[in-house]
Design a binder for this molecule. Structure first.
Ligand SMILES: Nc1ncnc2c1ncn2[C@@H]1O[C@H](COP(=O)(O)OP(=O)(O)OP(=O)(O)O)[C@@H](O)[C@H]1O
Ligand SMILES: C[C@@](O)(CCOP(=O)(O)OP(=O)(O)O)CC(=O)O
Length: 402
């Protein structure tokens, strides 16, 4: 039997605390500001990708969640694939003993275990898994930082999913993008108590993609240039807060930055509304929770943040998560709750509010307003998966189609 050139990898989602919004170069995907995110655990949210090279393949082909996805010539997917082939070719040229297969076509099959294109950062985990699986297929010695330069050209936020823990994407200054990469500022082991509750308000495909939305902001928003003047200090302050495990400061900055990003979206012409009434009610509930916490112990206990969609991510230290879930359930009832950290005795979590909480801050919504709650925590960077995880069958086609 001939040798199979194949690798499978999974990569995590990341959710930014300092948002990337705006490009100075749309082809190379170079941002107008640095950003910073928390990598979420792949035990709960992940993209898994298998890449295979074979001389019999006629075309580079990608299947995403069981369906053929077009690889447009010159498009983002094509750029990432050709950059990875280029690195393999360099390795082959430098090492006469290396097997020569950089010119073979590849079949790539990927699966997201959560809704795609719904503002849950699927492009981030997706492009990170793609680049990482190709790096393993091509046995490249590339570091996460080097791979982040390539994933960035698939989707900007994807560069941060090449690393675990707490990750900064440096905006850089070079015209060729060589200094616009991701780097870890603290590992998941440095602050393992950082947990996150994803409140899925909608898993529909969003109306205005991040790509189109941010470009419109750059072109039309007067507030946008003001935002660029405050981000550098926020980056410094939140990095220090993370390194000191100072949740109160982390929370204050994260919420301010989310609010400013949505203000800038609203200031875009025509305006962009990513949040809806449910999103705003979540903000109100978290704000009241923090008011009580500040009154009782002088520190915030939770931080909301919203990407380009209505879904909330609530960051909080692990010890607060039980009461936060009970609080959220009291306003946004759930039929059942998947409880990976075993905080509750039953899947039917009862809503509850802490003493001193002003329950009138929001109305109580019906079942379905928040569709699902996903409890997760900070996690590691991409993982290599064994052959048993392969998404491609012996014939080089998706197993799911067999
Ligand atoms: N597993 C994957 N492998 C390769 N590409 C993927 C994968 N998952 C998503 N993508 C790409 O990302 C696109 C979705 O990105 P989009 O930015 O619209 O949504 P999102 O990432 O869920 O939202 P956001 O980045 O605003 O949080 C898909 O249409 C597809 O092109
Ligand atoms: C609001 C954000 O989630 C925007 C993410 O934008 P994308 O990385 O999806 O955009 P492109 O580079 O055009 O693919 C903020 C963030 O993740 O930093």
């Amino acid at each position: 039997m001939s040798k199979v050139f194949q690798a499978t990898a999974s990569a995590p989602v990341n959710i930014a605390c300092i948002k990337y919004w705006g490009k100075r170069d749309t082809k190379l995907i170079l941002p107008t500001n640095s950003s910073l995110s928390v990598t979420l655990s792949q035990d709960h949210l992940r993209s898994t990708t298998t890449s295979r090279a074979d001389p019999s393949f006629a075309e580079d082909t990608l299947w995403l969640n069981g369906k053929l996805d077009e690889i447009k010539p010159g498009g983002r997917l094509a750029t990432c694939i050709s950059e990875m082939k280029r690195l393999r070719k360099e390795l082959e040229d430098a090492n006469p003993n290396a097997e020569k297969f950089s010119h073979w076509r590849v079949h790539i099959c990927s699966h997201n275990n959560f809704p795609t294109a719904a503002g849950l950062a699927s492009s981030a985990s997706g492009f990170a898994a793609l680049v990482y699986s190709l790096a393993k297929l091509y046995q490249l010695p590339a570091s996460p930082k080097e791979l982040s330069l390539i994933a960035r050209q698939g989707s900007g936020s994807a560069c941060r999913s090449l690393l675990g823990g707490f990750v900064a994407w440096r905006e850089g200054a070079a015209a060729d993008g060589s200094d616009s990469f991701a780097e870890q500022i603290a590992s998941e082991a440095d602050w393992p108590a950082m947990h996150a509750l994803v409140c899925v308000v909608s898993d529909d495909k969003k109306d205005t993609s991040s790509t189109a939305g941010m470009q419109r902001t750059v072109e039309t928003s007067a507030l946008f240039s003001q935002r660029l003047t405050v981000v550098p200090e926020r980056m410094r302050a939140i990095t220090k807060a993370i390194q000191n495990r100072d949740f109160d400061t982390f929370a204050a900055i994260t919420m301010k930055d989310s609010n400013q990003f949505h203000a800038v979206a609203l200031d875009t012409d025509p305006p962009i509304f990513y949040m809806n009434d449910v999103s705003r009610a979540i903000i109100t509930v978290v704000t009241e929770y923090n008011r009580v916490a500040l009154e009782k112990c002088g520190k915030r206990k939770a931080a909301y943040t919203f990407d380009a969609g209505p879904n909330a991510v609530i960051y909080a230290p692990r010890e607060n998560m039980k009461e936060i879930i009970e609080l959220i359930v009291s306003y946004f009832p759930q039929e059942s709750f998947n409880d990976p950290f075993q905080l509750f005795k039953s899947a039917a979590v009862q809503g509850r509010r802490m003493d001193g909480f002003n329950e009138g801050v929001s109305k109580r919504f019906g079942i379905g307003a928040v569709k699902t709650l996903i409890h997760t925590c900070v996690g590691d960077g991409p993982r290599v998966r064994g052959d048993e995880a392969s998404l491609l069958g012996h014939d080089g086609l998706p197993k799911s189609l067999a």
